[in-house]
Write a protein of this length. Structure first.
Length: 333
């Protein structure tokens, strides 16, 4: 009875009128209003304080630790499904557990701040559903750093398209890492960086088109203490930029195509930008910066990766160089 009552209260407060799949919160925008529907099984974990306003404000309970997984949601996370159109709206979410924000044909502009504002320090998956086109735009607000503003980690995924216009600061901002897979991302303008993140940036696949950034195309900062590259980038904080596949196009920027506090590693994919117009810095203690062709010592130099494996040819990134009795770490570019 208590669960049913909580569900009914959530539906009345947020204007919901129909049942939806488990683990899902559906938000449908229409002008200056929005309908928020919360699934029965998570009604005690998600609260809505915005009523039927298009400025949707949701809080995911701090004691939420996942729900039973389903075939479409293996980790038992809450899915926030956004669709519809508003030129005066936003999606605001607080929480302390990873979640999925699913874009399913969304056209959302917030004239007074971020279009999507995630105040959650965990991993957030922002996914554009296959076959959909989604657009985000923001307005000036010095309290936030991006049209998409996330306090935690961001995985940009999906086989749909996401268009972003950054009218205030950065177009996409994540206080921790950003990963890109499959998504088609078009950033058509940004007052500052088109994409700005901390810890690391990793492009596994997909298509990213950046034009009209007032500062850098992509900037990656070290967040806290340098960790060095880790397996699968787990708990990594390097300030590194990695591109393994996909297509990255950057033009019309004000400063650098890519800027990183760590190294910039371009090991695959297509780079449609001036790859000499980049800035990288070695932050690890004791690591020097050298050019591969300049590392010689009468032909006696040996190269090793960080796992101690010998390499016949120096590769871009951090390597160990042994020359006689001297061993040192360098960043090779």
């Amino acid at each position: 009875m208590k669960k049913i009552l909580l569900t009914m209260l959530a539906m009345v407060a947020c204007g919901a009128t129909h049942a939806i799949d488990n683990n899902t919160v559906e938000i449908v925008y229409s002008g200056t209003s929005a309908t928020v529907t919360i699934a029965d099984n998570i009604s005690s974990y998600v609260s809505c304080s915005s009523g039927t306003s298009s400025h949707v404000k949701l809080v995911q309970a701090s004691d939420f630790a996942g729900v039973d997984a389903t075939t479409s949601n293996e980790d038992g996370e809450i899915i926030y499904s956004l669709k519809g159109t508003s030129d005066d709206g936003e999606f605001y979410l607080e929480g302390s557990y990873k979640c999925i924000v699913e874009l399913n044909g969304l056209d959302l502009t917030n004239p007074s701040g971020p279009a999507i504002n995630i105040q959650n320090g965990k991993r957030v998956e922002l996914s554009a559903k296959k076959g959909t086109t989604n657009t985000l735009a923001d307005g000036a607000n010095d309290d936030y750093n991006g049209c998409y503003h996330c306090k935690g980690h961001t995985k940009l995924k999906g086989k749909g398209t996401l268009n972003v216009v950054g009218n205030s600061k950065h177009a996409i901002y994540s206080k921790e890492y950003i990963e890109v897979k499959n998504l088609t991302l078009n950033i058509t303008s940004a007052q500052k960086d088109a994409i700005h993140c901390k810890e690391y940036f990793y492009m596994e696949s997909g298509t990213v088109n950046i034009t009209g950034a007032g500062d850098d195309g992509i900037q990656v900062e070290l967040k806290d203490t340098y960790t060095g590259e880790t397996t699968d980038h787990e708990d990594e904080d390097t300030g590194n930029f990695y591109m393994e596949d996909g297509t990255l196009s950057i033009s019309g920027y004000g400063s650098k195509a890519v800027k990183a506090d760590g190294i910039i590693s371009l090991t695959g994919g297509t780079q449609n930008f001036d790859t000499t117009d980049i800035t990288e810095n070695a932050l690890a203690t004791g690591i020097e910066r050298v050019k591969a062709e300049g590392v010689t010592d009468d032909g006696t130099v040996e190269y090793y990766d960080l796992q101690g494996r010998r390499s016949d040819c120096p590769k871009s990134g951090i390597m160990v160089i042994k020359s006689g009795k001297t061993t040192r770490k360098v960043v090779i570019r």
